[in-house]
Design a protein around this ligand. Structure first.
Ligand SMILES: Nc1ncnc2c1ncn2[C@@H]1O[C@H](COP(=O)(O)O)[C@@H](O)[C@H]1O
Length: 193
């Protein structure tokens, strides 16, 4: 599978650690350098704004998808290559999903948790097979991952749920993960032929 576009889910705040902002910047620039189109939530605030600005500064292309009602709250980013204004959160999520070949999850709050959970449950239901990579910068995601492990240990989720996502510690490892997934799939494809 060629990863032509990646969706980045991350916070509408910067959070307290400079490492979060640095990871957002590295992600935006890294996508642009690899010729991967960025799909994101369309705001100019928080880590989401940092990812988009870094991608644009590095010469990348960016689609921002934002519901009309968040125009002021998340400061609709008019600088992106394509700005799509939706009527609802659900429409935003559906379009972000449709336009992305992979998902990178950076530090974020409730909105980011929601996006991560939904994209994982869609994969669990075999609605897609797109890579989901949690970038666990400065261990921001340990409690989310622990919650998933607890559900498995309590028999409330199948152990196969562990294969729905991959956890890496930094942005370069996230790009390596995407590259190795692509290589693995190409190998499997060759074996099938
Ligand atoms: N319920 C939600 N579904 C999808 N996206 C949401 C939801 N609530 C908020 N969001 C968006 O997620 C990003 C990041 O939010 P954080 O809470 O800062 O992680 C933001 O664009 C929200 O609009």
């Amino acid at each position: 599978m060629t990863i032509a576009a990646a969706a980045v889910f991350c916070g509408s705040r910067l959070g307290i650690l400079p490492a979060f902002t640095e990871a957002a910047r590295e992600t935006g620039a890294g996508l642009a350098e690899r010729g991967i189109h960025l799909v994101y939530g369309g705001g100019a605030v928080g880590l989401m704004g940092v990812v988009a600005e870094a991608a644009l500064e590095a010469g990348g292309s960016v689609t921002g998808i934002i519901p009309e009602f968040l125009h002021d709250r998340e400061v609709m980013n008019e600088r992106v290559t394509d700005l799509v204004v939706t009527g609802s959160m659900h429409e935003r999520k559906r379009l972000m999903f449709a336009q992305a070949d992979a998902f990178l999850i950076l530090p974020g709050g409730l909105g980011t948790f929601d996006e991560l959970m939904e994209i994982m449950t869609w994969r669990q239901l075999s609605l897609h097979d797109k890579p989901i990579v949690i970038v666990n910068v400065a261990n921001w995601a340990v409690h989310v991952i622990a919650a998933l492990e607890a559900a498995i240990e309590q028999g409330l989720a199948d152990p196969s749920a562990r294969a729905l996502y991959q956890v890496v510690n930094d942005v370069p490892a996230a790009f390596d993960a995407l590259r190795s997934m692509k290589k693995r799939e190409e190998k499997e494809e060759t074996h099938r032929l």
